[in-house]
Structures are given as structure tokens and as C-alpha cells.
Design a protein around this ligand. Sequence first.
Ligand SMILES: [Zn+2]
Ligand SMILES: [Zn+2]
Length: 357
Amino acid sequence: MRRLPIFFLVDVSESMVGESLSKLEKGITAIVSTLRKDPYALETAHLCVIIFAGKARTVTPLTELASFQPPELPVGGGTALGSALGHVMDEIDRTVISTTPDRKGDWRPIVFLLTDGHPTDSTHKAVERWNRSYRSRSHLVAVSIGGNADHVVLRRLTDDVVVFNDAAPDAFARFVKWISMSIQSQSRSVSAGKDGGISLAKTEPGLLAPVEKAAGLTPFGGVDDRYAVFVGKCEKSRLPYVVKYERHMGRIETTDPVLAEMLKTRRYALAGAVPVKTTYFDLSDGADSGQAVNSEDLVGQPACPHCGARFGMAVCECGHIHCVSGDGVHTCPWCGGQGHYGSAGKGKGFDIGRGRG
Ligand SMILES: [Zn+2]
Ligand SMILES: [Zn+2]
């Protein structure tokens, strides 16, 4: 049987933390259950899930639909697109059976690349390798989540670059449907013996927009720095968590005069804090972004998602963030240093190194 190999190459960098990632996890489950009901897809489609942040890793090797178990998507720091492309090409070499004069191999693989940020590593070599040896024998569909990916780089890889407006109503459900329909239609084409171009489902206005050749700019307003993301550690459990702030851009309405005053000058409002696993550090490249956000730019302080301590954004002298239960002497779970912690004086703020999304 000739397989239709499908690779999901999913960006799990910090900006994806929370809603986006859990929706994608559920999305993969939904895609699989839709495809299982389709006799053509069931017969041909095989799925592989690769995640990448600062590093890339295969979380589910190429598996037939019937025995596919949707993976959990962990979080890491960085968006190493170059490594991710290298990883998917190695995976194609390892698992996709090529056609030879005396053997019919697999159908052309489809790669769905889902990313929401600019690469943090060099992509030059990987792009060259892709175009030289893989582009003509696979289909790459690059999805720029929220229009925040580097469209110039993506356009160098494929003609199929689409912007996914993740703020649209029922965005993820509709997006998942689009991917499922595209896979279904491609499995129909190959079952009929056609393995030419890819037959993607129709894009929907307002949800998915193709990026045209010349477009380096993003159709949805392309706000850079949509998020400010920080990595903290719990003082008690020493486990990591990610704190996400979102640019509020005047969208928050409040009757609280103190909050209203803060929102006038501070750009980022707390979106939430989520526990992450220690694999966070295995998936991160360990480099700092070099950017810093002052606490004077942030509204809201989360509780620690591990132990419930009231302050999840205490900053040690070593520059790292951790939780503290209140004023007093605390031990930094990053450097082991002890110090006295109290609320920052009015107008002082603190500078904290930020993740790169
Ligand atoms: Zn804690
Ligand atoms: Zn420290």
C-alpha cells in the first residue's frame, strides 16, 4: 500500500502557551477522528507530529490513522525554524519510501508548518537544502498563526503560505476543519492515482488568507510584540511556569480608576500563568532575547500556578523570576541565593529578561 505521509511541524514556543497550544492539541485529535471516518484517508494517510521551539523533536513518529495517539504538546523557548526544517527533512529521509524503477514508494508527503514567530536561528542552509532536494517531491503548507511569522522566509520555502487569523470566531474549529478537508481531498486525489499538486481546501475570507508573492507585510495589521512572555520557577517545587502578558491596545474596559490609570501607560496586561514541564528547558536553546520589558509596562501579577503563592513575578538579583508567598526572606530556585523581598516602590519597577516567543 502506498502511504500518504503527513507531517505536522508545530511551533511550541512560549507565545503559543495556553489557549493556542491546548486548542492545537484538541485540533489534532479532531483531525484524526474526522479522517478516521473517511475511507480514502483511513486507507492512505499516516501522521507524524514534530514540535519545535529552540530545538526540534518528533513526538509522534509516522503512524497509520487507526493506531495514532494524539500527543501532548510541551512548550519550549525560541523559534528555531532552521533546526525544525532540518529535522523534518531527516525524518522524511528516514521514513518516507521513495519510488524507484522497480518499486512504487509513498505518495508525496505533505508538511503542515504551523508557526507564530520569527526564526531565532539561521534558516539559510535549511531553506537551500529544502529547495534543492525536497521541494519538488513534497508539499509544504506554511501557516502563519496570527500573521506573525516571517513571511519572507516562508515564501522562500513554498508558494502555499497562508495567514491564519486566530482571533476570528471559532477560529481553531474552522482551521481544523480546513486541514482535515485538505487531507481528505489529497487522499482522494492520490487514491485516483493523481499525485501532482496539492488540492488544499478553499481558504475562507477572514479566517485564512493566502500570502501573495511580494507580501513581506502581514495582512492582519502585523503587530509585533503581541506578547511579553516570562519564565518563572516555583520557589517550593522548583518547577517552571510561563507567564504571558498580552498587548491590550486599549481593548480592556474597566470602571476601576486605578486600573484605568495604569492601562493608559502600560502596554501589556496579564493573560495568565501556566505550569510547564521541565522539558521546557530541553526544548529551549538557552539564549536570551536581549530584549527587556520593564515591570512598569506590565499590568497584573499572577499567582504561582504550582503552589498558589501570591506573587508569581518576583525577580531575583540573578535576573530570574520566581514565586514568593509574601514579603520577607526567600530563596531563589534558580541561583539558590537568599534575599529580602518586598513590593517595588512606586515608580521604581523592575527590569526582567523576557522570552522570545
Ligand atoms: Zn510556587
Ligand atoms: Zn536568583
